[in-house]
Design a protein around this ligand. Structure first.
Ligand code: GDP
Length: 528
């Protein structure tokens, strides 16, 4: 295997959570451990509050920060960690889903008070589908949370995963005394506000029946812990790493991110057992990271809001070989070769031009409009990485051009914004209407704002009574053509010319499915 030592020391992952569970706080603690930042508060939350478009716009204005924190690369104990940020707001879920295609594992943060929340449930569906390995951090143990056993049960049942506790909590809320590290067989005592460079108060206790435990946490809590640990050991035994890596078992840690408690235990385990860059499926074959030739794909595109700098940054995940600055790579979709003189790394200390990068790394490629999400670069081979999803939108609006003088700009803007994956564009066959489909209302405001700011195009949206778009295919071309002809008002095509049925309601959708057994209706379409 080529570049084995570089590949083995890399971990590429994302932290996901329902908003407010503590993702930003945990990210920050990780960066402190990695020495990438010196002080707390340095990581800006990318949170968007409910209905606050202004928040989003403000974040957009600070794209510099936003781009820089989309990927955070840092070293910890000689491991190179690529942490990919995901937006928490549900209107941007698509962006999160696509980011999840570029990671090898995830850490899921669950709030011990609120338990499993909406957003977590949706994200976990995508993760389970892909069998991505998951570690769970149960956060905010310093607050009166749910009973520890109930929490585990709830997470297992709601998220349909098998858990494996790695640490075990001693109380919660104001009585929270710390965790027992089941793997290291040591007691980690809780002190609020621990900084990254403070040593945690760790006492090795191999034999829980001795009185050291009572001295440290008192008789009552010591007895409860003994009982808990016996039970937990009996039920879970030793962690089967292979099952973690195949996505069948999720190791669980308890802690408090804001107090930097329980974080180190997880990070140390993470660098030890989390998968290094994994093979990836393509339209032709599986690509191994250790193959000598470079390949990778674009999973995210960031535009520059400043109209003077219209360039975009394409986020490119390297899947095999070594990526080199100024070397020509083959853009499979365009069948053209490109080279990049300023590929951008996301090392937290310096936003620098990178000379070379390895599988698992993300590089930012300056782009003038040649990339769209899902694009593959290779050293000559013709294949596409698969599994990058396009979801069925849920809100549909017709684009009305308010300034006919700017038709060209509008078309260009719509093409580019949809290439970035902000929304999907459909053209209705009957009437030729341009229809934008999104998963959230907020995106329409973003599109309207950006079309004006970046392309000078002024638009208005008319809400359409559609509830879902599904891609339609059939082995019987005539049946598909007939269906399209009869349902002109409800059929159109997406940007790539795939036929789409726009359903007014679940009832219509069901009826059409029943009446047209030869037509298949798909709710997600993979870009490749
Ligand atoms: P995100 O939306 O998931 O990124 O959540 P944040 O990291 O921004 O955290 C949301 C809020 O929870 C902030 O006010 C944090 O200070 C707070 N928080 C994070 N971790 C803890 C914790 O361990 N205990 C307590 N009590 N609060 C926490």
């Amino acid at each position: 295997m080529k570049y084995a030592s570089e590949i083995n020391r890399r971990r590429t992952f994302a932290i996901i959570s329902h908003p407010d569970a503590g993702k930003t706080t945990l990210t920050e603690k990780f960066l402190l451990f990695g020495g990438a930042i010196q002080t707390a508060g340095a990581v800006k939350s990318n949170k968007i509050k409910k209905h606050a478009t202004s928040d989003f716009m403000e974040i957009e204005r600070q794209r510099g920060i936003s781009v820089a924190t989309s990927v955070m690369t840092f070293e910890y104990k000689n491991t190179l960690i690529n942490l990919l940020d995901t937006p928490g707001h549900k209107d941007f879920a698509e962006d999160t889903y696509r980011t999840l295609t570029a990671v090898d594992s995830v850490i899921l943060v669950v709030d011990s008070v609120n338990g499993v929340e909406d957003q977590t449930r949706r994200l976990m569906e995508v993760i389970s589908m892909r069998k991505t390995p998951v570690m769970v951090f149960i956060n905010k143990m310093d607050r009166d949370g749910k009973n520890r056993f109930d929490l585990l049960e709830e997470i297992e049942a709601e998220l349909k995963i098998n858990l494996h506790p790695m640490t075990w909590p001693i109380n919660s809320g104001k009585d929270f005394k710390g965790v027992y590290d089941l793997r290291q067989e040591s007691l980690v005592l809780f002190t609020a506000g621990t900084k990254a460079d403070d040593e945690e108060d760790v006492v090795e206790i191999k034999d829980l029946s001795g009185d050291t435990l009572d001295k440290k946490i008192g008789n009552t809590d010591a007895d409860i812990l003994r009982e808990d640990v016996e039970l937990v050991d009996g039920v879970y035994g030793v962690l089967d790493k292979a099952k973690y890596r195949s996505g069948d078992i999720a190791p669980v840690f308890f802690g408090s991110a804001v107090n930097n408690f329980g974080v180190k235990e997880m990070l140390d385990t993470f660098i030890e057992i989390a998968p290094d860059p994994q093979p990836r499926a393509t339209t032709e074959r599986d690509v191994e990271p250790g193959e000598p030739k470079m390949s990778g794909f674009v999973f995210k595109i960031h535009a520059n809001l400043d109209p003077k700098h219209r360039d975009r940054i394409a986020f490119f995940r390297i899947c095999s070989g070594k990526f080199e600055r100024n070397k020509y790579y083959h853009h499979v979709r365009l069948d053209k070769d490109f080279r990049f003189s300023n590929p951008y790394t996301f090392l937290a200390r310096s936003k620098d031009v990178v000379e070379d990068a390895y599988p698992g790394d993300i590089v930012g490629l300056f782009d003038t409009g040649n990339f769209k999400i899902g694009d593959t670069l290779t050293e000559g081979e013709n294949f596409f990485f698969t599994g990058i999803p396009s979801f069925s939108p849920e809100i549909f609006k017709e684009v009305v051009n308010k300034d006919p003088m700017k038709t060209k700009q509008l078309e260009k803007g719509l093409m580019q914004l949809t290439d970035e994956g902000v929304a999907q564009l459909f053209t209705q066959f009957g009437g030729n209407k341009k229809i934008i489909g999104c998963v959230g209302e907020l995106q329409f405001e973003v599109i309207q704002y950006r079309l004006l700011q970046e392309y000078g195009a002024s638009v208005q949206f008319n809400t359409l009574p559609f509830y879902k778009a599904c891609w339609i295919t059939s082995n019987d071309k005539k049946k598909l053509d007939d269906f399209t002809r009869f349902k002109m008002q409800n059929v159109g095509e997406d940007k790539d010319g795939n036929q789409v049925y726009l359903a007014q309601s679940e009832w219509f959708l069901q009826t059409e499915r029943n009446n047209n057994p030869d037509i298949e209706f798909h709710f997600t379409s993979e870009i490749h």
